[in-house]
Design a protein around this ligand. Structure first.
Ligand code: NAP
Length: 281
């Protein structure tokens, strides 16, 4: 019997997870069909309940359900609990358990595709939403020396920074405006964009949070936006002579970690990368 897996989100028109997850299942000759499940908030609990049926393998979860979905699960992995967000649902002895693989994907991509170990670095994180939370958590956990969060809505950045008051790294919040933003850029070894600025099909498509003048050539600029591959921010970073990393590797690594949780097998990373790149071409 073909088992079902899929991704909950809303809307889901531009998700490429079905493409690279299906490629992974097919490559491993696993009889699984991975679907996009666009589900509005009022239907989420009922749809999650269906996962309890034997015909379902598990699920991914994306915006806007990563927080809300926790209350429909039986248990949370400690990292998902600490992050307050679930992106993967795994069935364990009939129980629905929530995991979060975003933080892992973010650091894995940085190390493998950005050739960057964040330990001891001075970091600037742009944005203070769900992806920023995973980024700050992952980077503080990886031993950065200091981390500045800049966000359009300063109060959100301050709230996020306040969660890390007891952390070994110095975490502070600044507005996403000059001169604070320029000052933070000047000392940053690593700049991580977690805002949706530059994202295709978003209201901020074509926009960049920084321009070449404010980016140091010694920085690595990591844009979590993966569509388009060459974002306006990465173009500015290249013009400044900085190294760059796009969001596709993180997307693939978080998905590969989900695949491994569902199947207990190593994910075919190269196959997933190839399918993801084809989906965006
Ligand atoms: P979110 O929770 O909605 O947060 C959006 C963030 O972007 C907020 O900080 C928001 O600032 C900021 N923002 C939006 N439009 C802006 C604008 N015009 N000017 C300045 N700031 C703006 O979204 P999210 O889940 O964190 O996702 C953010 C981005 O990360 C998306 O592009 C998503 O595709 C990407 N992402 C990539 C991966 C990956 O695997 N590569 C994983 C997760 C997310 P305010 O607080 O002021 O509204």
């Amino acid at each position: 019997m073909t088992r079902l897996a899929g991704i909950f989100g809303y809307p889901l028109g531009h998700s490429i997870s079905p493409r690279f997850q299906q490629a992974a299942f097919d490559h491993c000759s696993l009889d699984v069909s991975y679907k996009a499940w666009p589900v509005a908030t009022d239907r989420l609990e009922a749809e999650v309940r269906k996962l309890r049926d034997d015909g379902y393998l598990g699920a991914n979860v994306t915006v806007p359900h990563k927080e809300r979905i926790r209350s429909y699960l039986d248990d949370l992995d400690p990292l998902a609990e600490a992050l307050g967000a679930v992106n993967t649902i795994v069935k364990e002895d009939g129980r629905l358990v929530g995991y979060n693989t975003d933080a892992h994907g973010l650091v894995e991509a940085l190390r493998k595709d950005g050739a960057c170990d964040p330990k001891g670095l001075s970091v600037l994180v742009l944005g203070a939403g769900g992806a920023a939370r995973a980024a700050v958590f992952a980077l503080v956990g990886a031993g950065v020396a200091s981390l500045t969060i800049a966000n359009r809505t300063l109060a959100r950045a301050e709230l996020l920074a306040s969660e890390f008051e007891a952390a070994s790294a110095a975490v502070e919040a600044v507005p996403m405006q000059e001169p604070a933003l320029v000052g933070a850029c000047k000392k940053a070894d690593l700049i991580v964009n977690t805002t949706s600025m530059g994202m295709r099909h978003s209201p901020a498509e074509g926009e960049t949070p920084l321009n070449a003048k404010t980016i140091r050539s010694q920085s690595l600029v990591y844009d979590l936006v993966y569509n388009p591959a060459e974002t306006p921010l990465l173009a500015e970073a290249k013009a400044a002579g900085a190294k760059t990393l796009g969001g596709l590797p993180m997307l693939v690594y978080q998905g590969a970690a989900s695949f491994e949780l569902w199947t207990g097998r190593p994910a075919p990373i190269d196959v997933m990368f190839e399918a993801a790149r084809r989906a965006l071409a």
